[in-house]
Design a protein around this ligand. Sequence first.
Ligand code: DAH
Length: 346
Amino acid sequence: MASINEILDQFKQQLAATTKVADVLNLKAQILGKQGALSEILKGLKDATPEQRKTLGAEANVAKTQIEDLVGAKITTLEAAEINETLLKNKADFSLRDAVMEKGLQAAGMHPVTIVQREIEDIFLSMGFEVLDGPHIEDEWHNFEALNIPATHPARDMQDTFWFEDKKHLLRTHTSTIQVRGMKTRKPPFRFVGPGKVFRCERTDASHEMCFHQLEGMMVGEDVSVGHLIYFMKTLLSEIFKRDVEVRLRPGFFPFVEPGFELDIKCLICGGKGCSVCKQVGWVELLPCGMVHPNVLKAGGIDPDKYNGFAFGLGLDRLVMMRYGIDDIRLIHGGDLRFNSQFKTF
Ligand code: DAH
């Protein structure tokens, strides 16, 4: 049987020759794994004298640590090399932009949704919120069940869902899925927003798209009240519209909140007197919100007897359209450069 030193030497030679992380891990398994060379030596110890057992055992342990360290260092080197290679290959030369502009070609601009989304993220970051992301492809549990919308619930009809063939996965119909993922991965108190694309199987027209944007928000703690909700929404909207806005809450139904509200703002065009924008009501419906339903907290692993919270779902496209006077939502994903380049350039 090979000695520990021989094993170690051979390992070092082989390690030097490997160029892939997977091969390094294989090599490690060949030596330290259950049937590995070092393990074989340790198994042989049962027939040795107590003295031999002691020294060989200690040597084997030293060798094991050394192998683990060498493997760790090798993996770090390989990964660094890979990152450097990628960086070299994907180098971007931003000085080119001026050259492009001089030739009269179109330089890239920032998409209006991105502009507004980043602005809102900054407002929330300044109020101590985190910004979270979530997958577009979801399962039924995250999109419905965990949000208190069981299979038999009539609210499932409120959302026309794009299902995958397995009938288990879907394109998320709202960013409320981010609430579920956010709750699962943090402990109260916490507050976060989650912006992103959502998908609904709908006929498109000037105000409906199959893919649009929402920004979800959630705050959970020990004594969160409707007062907090109103405060944060008012601050947000005053920042977005750059003036003091008046808000009001009307009852609204969403299975994941209780009570649920529709939040309206006093019409910014007519100041509440009534005009065509607010359909003569003086108020414009802006965002649905409410106090998080105990079942939703439970699904997120949070004790509803101890904590409560508020949540809201802001429609980003509506805001973008209001801000820039865009009258057809289909322009947002149209990819028409004449549209896209009208907004801020880098
Ligand atoms: N998820 C809802 C939708 O897409 C919007 C919504 C309503 C989100 C109420 C919320 C909320 O967080 O509290 O229609």
